[in-house]
Design a binder for this molecule. Sequence first.
Ligand SMILES: COC(=O)COc1cccc(COC(=O)c2cn[nH]c2)c1
Length: 242
Amino acid sequence: MRIDVLTIFPDYLAPLSLSLIGRARERGLLDVSAHDLRRWTSDVHRTVDDTPYGGGPGMVMRPEPWGRAFDELVPAGVAPPRFVVPSPAGAPLTQSLAAELAAEPWLLFGCGRYEGIDQRVLDDAADRMPVTEVSLGDVVLFGGEVAVLAVVEAVTRLLPGVLGNAESLAEESHTGGLLEAPVYTKPPVWRERPVPDVLRSGDHGRIARWRRDQALVRTARRRPDLLAALPPGTLDATDQLA
Ligand SMILES: COC(=O)COc1cccc(COC(=O)c2cn[nH]c2)c1
């Protein structure tokens, strides 16, 4: 997979060179480049923003640098990337959206700053490539860079070969759309708190049932919306656990 990121703060994307993603890049599974949007400015001050038409606080990202960046990075005649823009107005990032993005051969991320990117940039992009605005939650960040790190992590961990067998693909598909059960490791007792006996019983059927029950209780308490979203009949699976 090829990943390009357009940002006015390329250093924010430095963590992509670390750890698993760094190793995946070394192994040629990923090709990640961060591009300074100011490279496509034309004035001596390398301006990327201006005041909003219609008034209001803050600044808006000007369209010209984005357009020139698209012209260079996404030339005509080349199969285009999917343009992914973190935005409070975007579609919620879910594991299924991450899986959809992981199937793309090329992702181009656009990091908004200030009050946002001139809408015509999104409109112009949509004439050349598929565009997906994605939200990490109903919260406002300073810019898209941190969100891009999260999306890139969610997507690249799904790519074949990126996660070694040491890492667990803790995907919701393993627990059928429920939250994960609590996890424990050594020591068996810590600050007078023991590990639940069932997990040390060696009875794998009992352990699977306990984990399923814990996942159900947690989901019901913390995320009843996930229960409601389960495909009909999912909960009947409980008795399928040996
Ligand atoms: C068309 O899209 C844009 O103009 C995006 O512009 C901006 C402006 C400021 C900050 C951000 C970063 O995204 C979030 O804050 C965000 C993402 N998820 N939840 C919050 C993006």
